[in-house]
Ligand binder design. Structure first.
Ligand SMILES: NC(=O)c1ccc[n+]([C@@H]2O[C@H](COP(=O)([O-])OP(=O)(O)OC[C@H]3O[C@@H](n4cnc5c(N)ncnc54)[C@H](OP(=O)(O)O)[C@@H]3O)[C@@H](O)[C@H]2O)c1
Length: 271
């Protein structure tokens, strides 16, 4: 049976949403604010942050703070640590992570890929280490990482994006297994396509209407992901067949548990 404890008691008073100023990130903010959590919204542009903050505090009566920060900056995690030092932080959503150029790996300057790695890999890893430690120490918390179906494999025009999402998937599956004994939920969301401003900007370049893509509404994705917290590690929204070991939520969970038992046999404490 799913845990019906209100989120502020179950996890803590505050949620941090990295990439929380539009689309799916804003939908996550609405979802947790509707469950009584105060929100710290982070993105680069201040104006969209202010718009979502005003909406959340007006609609849900929660406290909302904003922080204009490039998550691809080398000191992004220490800035987030500083910003959250005095609050009862219990949930973090890692949303920002798209790659909109679709460039061939060797045709784009390496600086683009370095920036992608910094945000999608280095920032994510350091932030999961920092907030994972914090939540593990207090015995409760939730980490939601927005991934992509791209995590399941590579393809031309997706080299670095699929690689970074595959990295995040493996990391989060392992962390789910390592942190669950400490009362910390780790949830990875994978899906094909969602109606976000970033997607719309890409489609506009090609003159494709969003309706033609089958993009899911961000409210649906955010709600279903939050409902599925505690049932991790993976929430693959577009799971088509429950018997595909690559994409099935339950088969991947079973695999993570098996791998964890095997690695414990190799590396665990000697009896
Ligand atoms: N849209 C899709 O069809 C789709 C499909 C599969 C997976 N996903 C995944 O879903 C997540 C959200 O995607 P999205 O389409 O909404 O685009 P996105 O660009 O990843 O997310 C937009 C949000 O992130 C912020 N952001 C982006 N880069 C940032 C940075 N360097 N520092 C701080 N904030 C940053 C944006 O605000 P600022 O620009 O003001 O910083 C905005 O709030 C991503 O992880 C993506 O990989 C999306």
């Amino acid at each position: 049976m799913s845990d019906t404890t209100p989120f502020p008691e179950r996890y803590g008073a505050w949620a941090l949403i990295a990439g929380g100023s539009d689309g799916l990130g804003a939908a996550f903010a609405r979802e947790v604010a509707g469950r009584g959590m105060n929100c710290l919204l982070v993105a680069r542009r201040q104006e969209p942050l202010d718009t979502v903050a005003a909406e959340l505090s007006g609609r849900y009566g929660v406290e909302v703070r904003t922080l204009s920060l490039d998550l691809g900056a080398a000191d992004a995690v220490s800035k987030l640590e500083k910003e959250t030092a005095g609050i009862d932080l219990g949930l973090v959503v890692f949303n920002a992570g798209a790659e909109a150029s679709g460039a061939f790996f060797n045709e784009a300057p390496f600086s683009i890929w370095r920036d992608l790695l910094q945000r999608n890999v280095l920032f994510l890893t350091e932030a999961l280490h920092s907030f994972g430690n914090r939540f593990r120490g207090r015995g409760r918390g939730a980490l939601i990482v927005v991934g992509s179906e791209a995590a399941f494999g590579g393809g031309a025009r997706g080299a670095m994006y699929t690689a970074s999402k595959g990295y995040a998937l493996n990391l989060c599956e392992s962390l789910w297994a390592e942190l669950r004994p400490y009362g910390v939920d780790v949830q990875t969301l994978l899906f094909k396509i969602a109606d976000t401003p970033t997607l719309r900007a890409v489609l506009e370049r090609k003159g494709i209407p969003v309706e033609a893509t089958g993009a899911v509404a961000v409210e649906t994705l955010a709600r279903e992901t939050v409902v599925a917290i505690g049932d991790g590690p993976l929430f693959n929204y577009d799971e088509e067949t429950p018997d595909d070991p690559l994409t099935s939520n339950s088969l991947r969970r079973a695999r993570v548990l098996n791998v964890s038992v095997a690695l414990e046999g190799f590396y665990g404490t000697d009896k």
